[in-house]
Design a binder for this molecule. Structure first.
Ligand code: SF4
Ligand code: SF4
Length: 310
């Protein structure tokens, strides 16, 4: 757990320690605090938007003023709490040889629902320490630069693959933020600068060239975007680049030396061929509460079809 407590008074230290302890008891591996100010890398984000690298995820380009000033997301916000929750390094595979991104954790309940429940318990704890305080839990649900705040809170550094990397753990984590009106006593940490050094493994390994340059990601070319968010049909070039992964892409994380190779394969998904034959109702019954629901029936079928037609 990070967050600097040296220099705080006894009672203040107790408060921060109580929050750390609660976060750990809920399974979070890091917690950090920052002020609701203009987040680090905001200018780079604006340049990224100007370059239209978000593809057809128009919602990213909207409400820039909220991303610039998180206080607008919660009136009276005094502290941004960043939390990291690890996900399994097991690779979800199908018996017929396809795979999906690790973060899906197979048929597990969608992480948004799981993390929201944990964050609400955590927020309740803040209310006990700061009676009358108000909170807003953000898990991909509000326009906030989550990696920037995680960086500002000292959780990790931003790698050349643009992921938040936690030294000693890696990048296989979900991030969550809790905005709160509680004035949590913390001393700002010095954010961790990139520890990538001369390494360029992620840039070289990216199958589509979506990592245009160090720290510059073009979603329009990224398989995570193309296999989940993109509404159009996948062309042959993309299908080839997907290899056997029909949902998301882990390549730029798998090659990163900060991620230990913990990828033990396990058959936990139904056969992909069945997806081509199943009805939308069957799909929803099986995948409706999982991360795969984000892409939906037709998109997943299109992804599987694209791979098998290669
Ligand atoms: S997720 Fe895959 S396609 Fe996207 S940048 Fe990383 S390696 Fe490239
Ligand atoms: S693969 Fe190398 S360059 Fe890319 S994020 Fe990891 S350490 Fe940095």
């Amino acid at each position: 757990m990070n967050s600097n407590i040296e220099g705080l008074g006894g009672h203040e230290q107790e408060t921060v320690l109580a929050l750390r302890k609660k976060a750990a008891s809920l399974g979070f591996i890091r917690i950090g605090f920052s002020l609701p100010e203009i987040p680090p890398f905001f200018d780079a984000f604006v340049a990224w938007i100007s370059g239209k690298r978000y593809g057809d995820m128009d919602w990213i380009a909207r409400r820039t003023e909220l991303r610039e000033n998180p206080s607008r997301l919660l009136k009276g916000c005094k502290t941004v709490i960043s939390l990291a929750f690890p996900y399994s390094a097991t690779i979800p595979v199908t018996p017929d040889g396809l795979r999906a991104a690790r973060y899906t954790e197979g048929l597990a309940l969608d992480y948004h629902d799981r993390l929201r429940r944990l964050c609400k318990i955590f927020a309740q704890h803040i209310s006990e320490l700061f009676p009358g305080s108000r909170h807003r839990v953000c898990i991909d649900s509000a326009p906030i630069l989550e990696r920037s705040f995680a960086y500002a809170g000292g959780l990790g550094f931003i790698g050349k693959n643009t992921m938040l990397i936690i030294p000693g753990h890696g990048s296989y984590v979900f991030l969550a933020e809790i905005l709160t009106t509680a004035e949590i006593p913390f001393l700002p940490v010095v954010p961790l600068e990139s520890q990538c050094g001369d390494c360029t493994r992620c840039i070289e390994a990216c199958p589509t060239g979506a990592l245009e340059a160090p720290y510059l990601h073009d979603a329009r070319r990224c398989l995570s975007y193309l296999t989940i968010e993109y509404k159009g049909l996948l062309n042959d070039k993309v299908a080839k680049a997907m290899g056997h992964c029909f949902f998301g892409c882990d390549v730029c994380q798998e090659v990163c030396p900060f991620n230990e190779d913990k990828g033990r394969k396990e058959v936990i998904l139904p056969p992909a061929q069945d997806l081509l034959r199943s009805s939308e109702e069957e799909f929803n019954r099986l995948f409706g509460k999982t991360a795969f629901a984000r892409a939906g029936f037709w998109k997943i079928r299109e992804n599987v079809r694209a791979i098998f037609s290669e």
